[in-house]
Design a binder for this molecule. Structure first.
Ligand code: NAD
Length: 472
């Protein structure tokens, strides 16, 4: 064979392509094995935003009926993929429980409000008819967590599309695979319903750098952050309309009037749900002294393991707290896994580790995000309210109480100032699981939208028709 320079170049190029294929890099060079732009996933954040902008223009020009069809398809397809998404998330992040995560997807598709959430309001009189309507922002940038990765993406997508927006997701890098799969499923559902391409987009390589790029892009008209204090602070100082759904440290108060058997069961079930990852789950128990022993006894009957001796408590704390923060190695892990590292072998029937502490103990003060539940004794319910308020630390997120005393229930609800307050039930009743009301995975305490839904992702606009149309 006669090898001239051109031939050589061609051969080198063929070899490079073959190597790239083996390294899972395709022609677009995004390095993740996917096809550029297919199913809403791009290599560049700016491209993702500009494609989402085009899609939003098409959506806004279409009938509301299209949005309804898209949301129906999303509900159907995510329901179908719920277990798959749950499995990928547990495998990828090493956190949580597949069954609970599957349930979280079902709740998301069944109970996240759609277009019906956008209610109009009218003023009418001698001067005419004025209508207040909820109109889209345009392209929304949504930053999502590692703890509920695909649940948050699906829940946000339903609400944001219902309100007429497109959405660019900036997922947690540690939940990249799960998040990209969720975006892929959403895009297929939108296409199946006849919606525009790229209504829901993301990028192949999520990173803080790319997230910041998204926030700064002038075509992003609203930023929604679901995560810890760092990201909430960052979006609130972005100079854009921001929704911040931040950390919590939900206490549960149990007084002497409560149904103790039920309280014990609810607390174990709530605290262990998805291994304590949801921001709303019981993170510490504050119990009136006269019923604390019985509460602990009942919790033990329902899957709690009591760690009692001071040496083991010390070892547990050294394990799960690292430099004053929860040790990531134990975040979202099964109670049996944590106990095994403590030298205690138990079966999966043990869902929560309980330990008595004082109110200032790091296990009580920190948002641990694992099924290790401190129990703090107080002399009465009034002292309990003060302790719970201190532990919630002004986050205004979530709190629970088990009591039949109306005065205590009322005082607790008023004093705690939380976005969610659950009375006589497990924490998850506060997001519509076994409690009334719709579901969300973006609970915006810091910016005040509360449990977000389509109306939170829409602008309030007024159209005044002067001098007519009123038929009063
Ligand atoms: P995290 O704060 O580590 O990450 C959340 C998202 O923010 C990720 O996409 C991450 O990449 C991004 N991020 C983090 N710091 C950033 C910064 N400085 N600038 C830009 N982007 C940044 O949170 P996590 O560990 O994934 O999730 C757990 C936390 O989220 C807990 O504190 C939990 O309470 C909270 N959370 C709150 C809600 C709610 O609705 N209020 C829901 C879920 C989780």
């Amino acid at each position: 064979m006669n090898l001239d320079a051109n031939n050589l170049n061609n051969i080198v190029s063929l070899i490079m392509k073959e190597l790239d294929k083996n390294n899972n890099i395709d022609d677009t060079g995004q390095g993740c094995g996917g096809e550029e732009g297919k199913n809403g996933i791009f290599s560049s954040m700016d491209t993702a935003v500009s494609k989402a902008k085009e899609a939003q223009v098409t959506l806004f020009a279409s009938k509301l009926e299209l949005r309804e069809r898209i949301i129906k398809a999303i509900r159907e397809d995510v329901r179908e993929a719920a277990a798959e998404l749950a499995e990928i998330a547990v495998e990828e992040t090493g956190m949580g429980r597949v069954d609970d995560k599957t349930l979280k997807h079902y709740v998301t598709v069944d109970k996240t409000p759609g277009v019906e959430d956008l209610r109009a309001f009218a003023y009418s009189g001698d001067n005419g008819l004025t209508v207040m309507e909820l109109s889209p922002y345009g392209v929304i940038g949504s930053i999502t967590p590692s703890t509920n990765p695909s649940e948050t993406i699906v829940c946000n997508a339903i609400g944001m599309i219902a309100a007429g927006n497109s959405v660019v997701f900036a997922p947690h890098p540690g939940a990249k695979k799960t998040s990209l799969r969720a975006v892929e499923i959403l895009n297929k559902a939108v296409a199946r319903a006849g919606g525009p391409n790229n209504l829901v987009v993301t990028i192949f390589e999520p990173s803080i750098e790319n997230t910041n790029k998204m926030v700064k892009n002038p075509d992003i008209k609203m930023v929604v952050a679901t995560g810890g204090p760092g990201v909430v602070k960052s979006v609130m100082s972005s100079g854009k309309k921001a929704i911040g759904a931040g950390a919590g440290n939900p206490p549960v108060l149990v007084d002497e009037t409560a149904d103790i058997e039920k309280a014990a069961k609810d607390i174990v079930n709530g605290c262990s749900f998805d291994n304590n990852l949801p921001c709303i789950t019981e993170k510490e128990v504050v119990a009136v002294d006269s019923i604390t022993d019985y509460l602990i006894f009942e919790m033990q009957k329902n899957g709690a393991y009591l760690v009692q001796d001071s040496k083991t408590i010390k070892k547990l704390c050294e394990m799960v707290i690292n430099d004053g923060s929860p040790n990531r190695a134990y975040v979202g892990k099964n109670a049996s896994y944590i106990l095994k590292d403590l030298g205690i072998d138990v079966g999966d029937e043990i869902k929560v580790i309980i330990v008595e502490t004082d109110a200032g103990h790091p296990l009580a003060v920190l948002e641990m995000l694992m099924p290790v539940l401190p129990i703090v004794r107080v002399k009465d319910a009034l002292e309990g309210i003060k302790v719970c308020k201190k532990l919630e630390d002004g986050l205004r997120h979530t709190a629970m109480i088990h009591s039949k005393n109306i005065d205590i229930l009322t005082k607790y609800a008023r004093d705690m100032e939380t976005t969610i307050l659950v009375k006589n039930g497990p924490s998850y009743s506060g997001i519509g699981v076994g409690g009334e009301g719709y579901t969300t995975f973006t609970i915006a305490g810091p910016t005040g939208e509360g449990l977000t839904s389509a109306k939170s992702f829409a602008r309030n606009r007024r159209c005044a028709l002067v001098g007519g149309l009123s038929i009063k």
